[in-house]
Each structure stands twice: as structure tokens, then as C-alpha cells.
Write a protein that binds this ligand. Structure first.
Ligand code: ACK
Length: 966
């Protein structure tokens, strides 16, 4: 049964009156089918008409009922079975009720009119007579709803109107939804609404040791059924569901979180002693790290690393060890290397100091994941003790003293710093020039100096270092008005000395900005290495041609028109000069002055060829009226631009419109008076030079490549003569037409640099394409035609290597450092020596020593007229003219795999290994033929590998690699 019944009892009945005849309801006892006595009220006045006999109940308290059910059990004889009663015999009786707040006083007169009729009750069964004349009693059961009832109580009454009835039982009840437990929530007894279509919402309360997830609810239906269970409770931590209740976990078990899960057994090395455990505590000597879940075993700290050994060479110490025999049961093992340097004894005790901060650890001193570390910058003539400890996630929780492996290393003689007082020669906002003297003549010649510096305020955070061969240096890329701390040491054949005292100097003093132009101090060595006749020839060529340019040119140079940092300032009669559109207050005025407005109806856009910063670049035709249409490229300014973008977009047109040279991209005109705004330029069928070369790798003769270089130099001669400094000269900004003519494009400085994916922010805040830019432009934004000449040298290298990325995958920071240290790009494979020499000339540290563009054009013309001069290739030479005296610190490649990864050629690892080239030593001796033989067939890849091998040879020669094996 879904419901229980509230029984409204006890019931008693009162026979009320007999009216008008003397008949009445009688209380009698009869026997049922099983011969059990039945007490009942009966009436049977079927012979007499107009019966009206009443039987009334006692006053029944309503309690919580809103609707009352009355179940009647009775017998009723059918009139046909009684002779001579037709017309008077009835087969029904009536049920009435009356609601009152109080029972009527005993003497109250019964007034049938006060009662409301519930129903007329008829029988389903009736008495039947057997053949033997026995009467068989057939019981009828009928249920009637009474109500809604609202008063405190009520009476029931039965009216007989002339039937033969026996009323056996009357049950009065109401329906309730019984109290219940569902989803770990308890719901109380609830009385349904009278209106059977609406439900009573009941909120459950979580059972003991359970907590609510979603509010538990049930709805009580009119029939006393619970419907629509919603929400639920879950057992709290330390308890699990058993039956409909939450029981505590037994000792040795735990449950960490509230939920439907069961209690779990404690993980290894932990236990719970009480009931209802939410966690198992670690046994003595075992721990859990903060982030360890409570479900994993407790662990302990590892034992000491084993087999610690040290290898030492001139520049590096290598510590290696084996993992500890006991990892403590964890996988998060790392190692820390600590250092002590002991310098003699005091009062009989050895004086030792921590020395981690003096040394450079690769990869780092603490938290090392592998079982080795390289240590650089150690002093010679010193005793170091290195301690290596293995730590895991619980090391800090365990014993205070951790087991350590240690080793003591004595380095060779190298002596003290050899650096005397360090002097600041000058400082600008971003640079400081320093010089110093050697303390005294040394038996070991000083190879170079290592300068370590850091912002005084930031000492703990980071430091930088640079190297120089001379006893002076310009440290660039510094912050203005900032105090820096410098300390120096020298390197001799015996290795590094100790560091000098610390010296503090600040940037941005009264000499700011002057010194670089005055050239007071020798800067770090440049790349040019003497001794090669070709270099001398090239240099002489530039000296002679430079001198023979005549007085007028010399005068222009002296006014620094071509090299000046400011454009649009010098106007020399007879020579057209570039006008910077930014000098116009109203930029539309510049557009108006230098460009031609084109009627858009003349432009026919045919296809999209690329995406520019401001919108699509399209190919199409320009109608010229009568003659043949001109193919054009159309740069569009996409909709929704702001005024600043429109101005920047048209700025390039205002610049381009001033140029008229076969090697500079030609502006056809602009559309500014209608939408979209467009810049229309001559069409260059082969697109940008870098991708064009990559697409046609190895397909051109050297003379064709020289032709391209000449065209670029010629365009640049024109631009520099105009006084225009490009600032972003790179192969990606050269366009190539159908006839392979190269033209300089991409003007408009700020936009160019914002747009250029190769441009990076420098410490001075500007955005600069580092790999293409001269050091003085990077360091203090000294842009000039001489810095364009540097970029031109890089473009030469890109052309001769068919679009290779300058400096490959080196980081921008490494490029800056290595240039500063004198490193220059080696000749690409197949590059004539004369061209590489020209590149090196463009990459002179001193910008005044770089070639002028017109000299470059003349030189290239000479080479073209005398092609024999192009036959000597760099790989035919037996040494490396491009090699700087000192090499930059490249990462320590320790395997062929690492080396190939670093030049993005890992796909050939197996080719190298299968052919027996398993050490860097053996690789360094490989020829181009070897590289082809092992299966590197793409020319670009051969070229990349050859270039890297050249670098590798130099590193091995200078002792930076130790020929580690795979
Ligand atoms: O390397 P590309 O083919 O050459 O893809 C880019 C693209 O538009 C987005 O700059 C090409 N492009 C730019 N200017 C011209 C032009 N004047 N003629 C032909 N293609 C051009 C460029």
C-alpha cells in the first residue's frame, strides 16, 4: 500500500428516531460465513410506506484530514425476494454528514435538514435464499469521499427509506504520504492536498552523517504516494552508505571525501586507529607531500646519489652521478648541486665559502632532472667541493640532515683577476664604455676578458655577460639612468682567473649620446680577419673607389646626408631628396602632393595574392585608356579602420610616390576618395625574393644571383642618394618580376616594423628586425644608410643561401651577443669568396668602414665583367676567413641528435649514425660529398648542414666541444 490511513475513530452510533412508524435501526448480532459473530445495525421495514429511520455517528474529530473517506460494509436484501412488498420495499439508503466546530450538547435536537447528503448507496450483492431456505449473507463494501472538511469535526448519518439493511461496519479515514527515507534523506508524514491535481512539495533532511548535494525533495500525491524524487544526500567523510543510513568507516579504513563511495583500506605505510577516519596518517618516518592525494602510499626522502665523479677540461667541469639506491618510493626525484670553495685555514680551521653564485651551472644548480651538470666559469688554482643531494617531494618534511654525495676538485693554476682599476670612459642612455689596465705583465697572454654585469637593484634576479679581446668594451642595451655593477676576469691559456673587484657605474650621465660618434674607445673586435689577399683586394677596392668619388660626393658625405639619422632635413640644389610625410601637419596633404588619385573604375581586381597588415593584397589590371592594361598589385585598407590606420596605410604611398627608379617598386596611384581605400603598385610576378629563392633552390647561376644583388644595391643607391633610410632591408621586402628584376619595396618605417614578424622589441623599446639590423641601430637606434649596408650584407647572405634564415635557429639574444663578440655568418655553400668578403665588409663593426651602395654596385659590376673572380668558392679554401678570433658560447651539443635538432635537421639522424658519423669530431671532418653520400639530397639541407659543420669545426678548434658521443 502506498499510503497509510488516518483512522478517525472510535465510532459509535446512535439510533435517532423512528418517524413516522415505530420502526427503527436495531443493534443486533449475527453469524458470518465462518460462523463468527458480527455486530451490526439493521432495519427492515419493507411492508410499510414512507420510512424515514436515521442512524447517526458520534462526533468525529477531523485531525489533519482535508478529505475524509467512509468505507461501509453492509448487506441489503433485494425486494424481489420478499413477497407482497412491491411499492413499499426500497433497495438503497442515504449517507449524510454535518461539520461542526464542537460536538453538539447531549440534548440537542436532531435536524436532518442541517445534514448534507454525500450519496445514495445501493448494493452490489443482496441476500439470497438457498434451496434449503437458509439465508446467505453477502457483504457489500462501498467507499465514499466526504469533504473537503475544514471544521474541527463532523457527524455521519444514515437514512433508511424502507430497505432491508444490515450495516456491518463503518470505517472513516483520510490519506497520508507516510514518512520515508529516500536518497539518504528523511521525509515526514504528509497530508496531500484536497485538489487531486496539485502535489505537496516536501523537503527532506539528510540522515545523520550525510550532507546535502542537491536539495532532496519528494512530492506527495493526492493518493498518498510519494512522487518525483529530486536531489540527494551523500555520506560525509569517514562514513559510507549501508542500507539507507551512513555508517562510520572501521579502523584501518578511511574515506576522505563526502560521496557515494565506500570506505577504502589505508594505503601502504599509513593507518587510521579510530572509527570514521577521514585520512590515514603516515607511519613514523614516512610522509605525504602537500600535493599528494591521500590515496597514495606514504613515502620518505631518498638516499644519497651514488658514484659521483667529476670530469674537467679547460673551460668546464662535468659532474655525473647515479640515482640513489632508494628513491623513497617516489618518482619526483631531482638533484641539487651545492658548492664550497675552501681557501686555506684560519686558526687551524679550514675556511670555506659557498660558491654557487660564482659559477655557471648548465642546466642549473638546483632542481636538476638529469644526473649530470656542467659547471663553467670556475676559477683556476682553487679547491672546490661539490655536494650533490637527491631530493623528492617529501625531502623537506623528513630529517634535517640529508644524505649527500660529495667530491673535491682542485683546478689548475690560473692566478688572480689580472684586471686593475676599471674606468668608465663615457656613458649614454643605454650604453657604458669601460676600459682598464692589466695589473702587470703576465706570463700567460690574456686571451680575452669576461665582463659580468647586472642592475644594482636587481642583483638577485639576473645578470648578463659579454666578452672582449681588448681591455675596453662598450656594454649596450642598458636601461637609462640605472646603476650597474660590473666585475671582470680574464681568460688565459690556463682558463679563467678570479673576478676583479666590483665597480658601479650608471647610464645616462652628462656625456650621454656623444661618445659613439666620437669613436673614443675601441669596441669589441670585428669579424674581419686579416691575412687573406682577397679581403685586402676588396678593401683596397673600396678605399680606392671611395676616394675617387670626387669632391661633390665627399661633401655630401660630410654633411652626412646619406648616413644622417634625420631624414627630410637636407636639401641640396639639383639633387632630389626624400621628404618625410610625417613632417606634414596634415598627412592628406603629403598624399595629395606625392601620389596620383586613380578613378576606381579604372581598376579591375582579379584575385587575392596575399594578406597585408591593413587588408588584402590583390592582383589585377589598371585600364590606361586605349593602350594595353597594366598589370598591378592592389593593396587594400580593410573596412572598419580608424583614422590612424588610414594615415599609416597611405604613408607608404606618400613615400613610394617620391621614388622613380627601375629597382624601386613603382607607385601607380591611390584611391582615397571612395571605399575601399587602395594603393596601386606595379605588379611583380614572382612575389617576394625570399620565398621565390626558396622555391627555386639551387636553380640559378652565380651570375644570375649576382644580377639580383646588383639590382638591389642599385635600388638602395638611389634611395640612399635620396636620403631615405630603409631600416627593414631584407629579402622578404624585395619583390621580383617576370624578368627576375629585383626591386626594393615595403616603405614606411613604423608600419614596416610593426608588421614584420621578424621584428623584435629591443631593451630600448623599439621594434627591430634583429637579424638584419646593424649593432649600433639595435643598441641606440642609430639608423643610417650604413646600417642599411649591414642589412644589405644579410640580404646577400640570404640570396646566396637561397632564402636560408640568417643565423638559423639562434635566438635573437644569441645573435646580438655573438655579433658583439665578433662572430659573422659563414659563407653559404657555393658562395664565391669575393661575395662573402663583400658581406663581411658590410658587417664591419665600425659603420664608417662599411661600403657605400654605389661602391657595391661597381664592385659587383666588376665581378660580372670578370666571372673568373667568382670561381673561387669558400669551401675550396682550407681555412675559414669568416671565423672570428673567438667563438660565441653556443649551447653544448652533446650528441649528434642534439646538434641536428639545433639546426632543425633531426630527420637525418639515422643517416649520420648508419654511415658511422657518431661523434661530433667525425662530423666535423665531413665533406659535401660525404653529406650527399649519406642521403641528404635537398640542396637547401646540404647547405644548412655544411654551414653548421663549418661552425662546429671552429668550436672544436677553440675547444668548446669535447667530442661527446651519441
Ligand atoms: O611572397 P608573395 O607572393 O609576394 O606574397 C606577398 C603578398 O603579396 C603579401 O605581401 C605579394 N605582393 C606584395 N606586393 C606585390 C606586388 N607589387 N606584386 C606582386 N605581388 C606582391 C607578396
Amino acid at each position: 500500500m502506498p499510503c497509510i490511513f488516518g483512522t478517525l475513530s472510535p465510532l459509535r452510533f446512535i439510533v435517532l428516531f423512528r418517524d413516522p412508524s415505530p420502526a427503527e435501526w436495531d443493534a443486533t448480532t449475527e453469524m458470518d460465513e465462518q460462523n463468527r459473530p458480527i455486530h451490526m445495525f439493521q432495519v427492515c421495514n419493507v411492508m410499510e410506506p414512507n420510512q424515514n429511520n436515521w442512524l447517526r455517528s458520534n462526533w468525529i474529530q477531523r485531525q489533519a484530514a482535508q478529505k475524509v473517506f467512509v468505507e461501509l460494509r453492509f448487506t441489503l436484501r433485494d425486494c424481489n425476494s420478499i413477497p407482497w412488498v412491491s411499492g413499499t420495499c426500497k433497495e438503497t439508503f442515504n449517507l449524510f454528514y454535518l461539520e461542526t466546530e464542537q460536538p453538539h450538547p447531549a440534548n440537542t435536537r436532531f435536524l436532518p435538514a442541517d445534514y448534507a447528503k454525500v450519496d445514495t448507496i445501493a448494493a452490489d450483492e443482496s441476500f439470497t435464499q438457498t434451496d434449503l431456505g437458509d439465508r446467505i449473507l453477502r457483504l457489500n463494501t462501498e467507499v465514499r469521499e466526504v469533504g473537503p472538511v475544514t471544521r474541527r469535526g463532523f457527524y455521519l448519518a444514515f437514512q433508511d427509506v424502507g430497505a432491508c439493511i444490515a450495516l456491518v461496519s463503518v470505517k472513516v479515514f483520510y490519506k497520508r504520504c507516510p514518512s520515508t527515507l529516500r536518497n539518504l534523506a528523511a521525509f515526514p508524514d504528509t497530508v496531500p492536498r484536497v485538489d487531486s491535481s496539485s502535489l505537496v512539495e516536501v523537503r527532506g533532511a539528510c540522515v545523520e552523517n550525510a550532507e546535502e548535494r542537491d536539495t532532496p525533495k519528494l512530492y506527495c500525491g493526492a493518493d498518498g504516494d510519494w512522487l518525483v524524487p529530486l536531489g540527494h544526500c551523500v555520506c560525509s567523510p569517514g562514513h559510507e552508505e549501508t542500507g539507507a543510513v551512513c555508517q562510520a568507516c572501521k579502523p584501518g579504513f578511511y574515506k576522505a571525501f563526502a560521496g557515494n563511495t565506500k570506505c577504502s583500506k589505508c594505503p601502504p605505510h599509513s593507518s587510521s586507529h579510530d572509527q570514521a577516519g577521514t585520512i590515514c596518517h603516515c607511519d613514523k618516518g614516512f610522509y605525504r607531500a602537500a600535493k599528494d592525494p591521500s590515496s597514495i602510499a606514504c613515502t620518505h626522502s631518498p638516499s644519497a646519489p651514488r658514484n659521483l665523479i667529476c670530469l674537467i677540461n679547460e673551460t668546464a667541469l662535468f659532474l655525473t652521478w647515479s640515482p640513489p639506491s632508494d628513491s623513497g618510493g617516489r618518482k619526483d626525484l631531482t638533484y641539487n648541486v651545492l658548492c664550497h670553495r675552501c681557501a686555506g685555514t684560519s686558526n687551524g680551521e679550514e675556511v670555506c665559502e659557498p660558491c654557487e653564485t660564482d659559477l655557471r651551472f648548465i642546466p642549473r644548480p638546483l632542481g636538476i632532472n638529469q644526473t649530470s651538470v656542467a659547471i663553467l666559469d670556475y676559477a683556476k688554482n682553487a679547491n672546490y667541493t661539490f655536494f650533490v643531494e637527491a631530493v623528492n617531494g617529501v625531502s623537506d618534511l623528513g630529517q634535517v640532515l640529508r644524505p649527500l654525495a660529495n667530491i673535491t676538485v682542485a683546478t689548475d693554476q690560473a692566478g688572480p683577476s689580472l684586471v686593475g682599476v676599471v674606468r668608465k670612459d663615457w656613458a649614454s642612455d643605454n650604453s657604458i664604455a669601460l676600459s682598464w689596465l692589466e695589473v702587470e705583465p703576465q706570463p700567460n697572454a690574456i686571451l680575452d676578458y669576461d665582463i659580468k654585469y647586472y642592475e644594482k637593484e636587481q642583483e638577485q634576479l639576473s645578470y648578463s655577460s659579454t666578452r672582449t679581446k681588448n681591455p675596453n668594451v662598450i656594454v649596450t642595451g642598458l636601461k637609462p639612468a640605472t646603476v650597474y655593477v660590473f666585475h671582470l676576469r680574464s681568460r688565459t691559456a690556463a682558463g679563467f682567473t678570479t673576478y676583479s673587484n666590483k665597480f658601479e657605474f650608471s647610464t645616462g650621465d652628462e656625456n650621454s649620446g656623444m661618445a659613439a660618434d666620437q669613436g673614443q674607445v675601441l669596441v669589441v673586435v670585428t669579424a674581419a680577419v686579416g691575412g687573406f689577399s682577397l679581403l685586402i683586394i676588396v678593401t683596397l677596392f673600396f678605399l680606392i673607389t671611395g676616394r675617387c668619388q670626387g669632391y661633390i660626393k665627399a661633401k655630401i658625405k660630410s654633411e652626412d646626408k646619406r648616413r644622417g639619422p634625420f631624414q627630410n632635413v637636407v636639401s641640396i640644389p639639383g639633387i632630389k631628396t626624400y621628404v618625410d610625410p610625417d613632417t606634414y601637419e596634415d598627412s592628406t596633404q603629403a598624399v595629395h602632393e606625392f601620389t596620383k588619385e586613380i578613378d576606381p573604375s579604372r581598376i579591375c581586381i582579379e584575385r587575392v595574392i596575399g594578406a597585408g597588415e591593413f587588408g588584402e593584397v590583390c592582383g589585377g589590371r589598371l585600364r590606361t585608356g586605349g593602350q594595353r592594361d597594366t598589370p598591378v598589385a592592389i593593396k587594400t585598407l580593410k573596412g572598419g579602420y580608424v583614422e590612424r590606420q588610414r594615415k599609416d596605410f597611405l604613408r607608404e604611398a606618400s613615400i613610394m610616390g617620391q621614388f622613380d627608379n627601375p629597382n624601386v617598386i613603382r607607385l601607380e596611384g591611390v584611391v582615397t576618395k571612395s571605399r575601399p581605400v587602395m594603393i596601386v603598385v606595379e605588379y611583380m610576378e614572382n612575389g617576394s625574393l625570399d620565398s621565390f629563392l626558396r622555391k627555386h633552390d639551387g636553380q640559378f647561376t652565380v651570375l644570375q644571383l649576382v644580377g639580383m644583388l646588383r639590382a638591389i644595391a642599385s635600388g638602395m643607391t638611389y634611395l640612399s642618394d635620396m636620403g631615405y633610410v630603409h631600416r627593414d632591408l631584407a629579402a622578404r621586402n624585395i619583390l621580383v618580376n617576370e624578368a627576375l628584376v629585383c626591386k626594393v619595396s615595403d616603405f614606411g618605417l613604423s608600419r614596416v616594423l610593426e608588421d614584420d614578424p621578424d621584428a623584435a622589441y629591443t631593451t630600448t623599446g623599439g621594434k627591430i628586425p634583429i637579424r638584419w639590423t646593424a649593432p649600433e641601430a639595435i643598441a641606440y637606434r642609430k639608423f643610417s644608410s650604413a646600417s642599411d649596408a649591414w642589412s644589405y650584407g644579410i640580404v646577400m647572405w640570404e640570396v646566396m643561401s637561397y632564402g636560408e634564415r640568417p643565423y638559423w635557429e639562434m635566438s635573437n639574444q644569441d645573435v646580438i651577443l655573438s655579433i658583439e663578440e665578433g662572430y659573422r655568418l659563414p659563407a653559404p655553400m657555393g658562395c664565391p669568396v669575393a661575395l662573402h668578403q663583400l658581406m663581411l665588409h658590410c658587417w664591419q663593426k665600425e659603420r664608417g668602414q662599411r661600403p657605400y651602395f654605389n661602391d657595391v654596385v661597381s664592385f659587383l659590376d666588376k665581378l660580372t665583367r670578370n666571372p673568373g673572380s667568382l670561381l673561387t668558392l669558400v669551401e675550396h679554401m682550407h681555412s675559414f676567413p669568416e671565423s672570428p678570433v673567438d667563438m660565441p658560447d653556443y649551447p653544448l651539443f652533446i650528441s649528434i641528435g642534439d646538434w641536428l635538432d639545433s639546426i632543425k635537421m633531426s630527420q637525418y639522424k639515422n643517416n649520420f649514425l648508419a654511415a658511422g658519423f657518431t661523434t661530433l669530431d667525425s662530423v666535423s671532418a665531413m665533406t659535401l660529398e660525404d653529406i650527399r653520400r649519406i642521403g641528404v639530397s635537398l640542396i637547401g639541407h646540404q647547405r644548412r648542414i655544411v654551414s653548421s659543420i663549418q661552425t662546429l669545426r671552429l668550436q672544436l678548434l677553440s675547444g668548446q666541444h669535447n667530442g661527446f658521443h651519441v
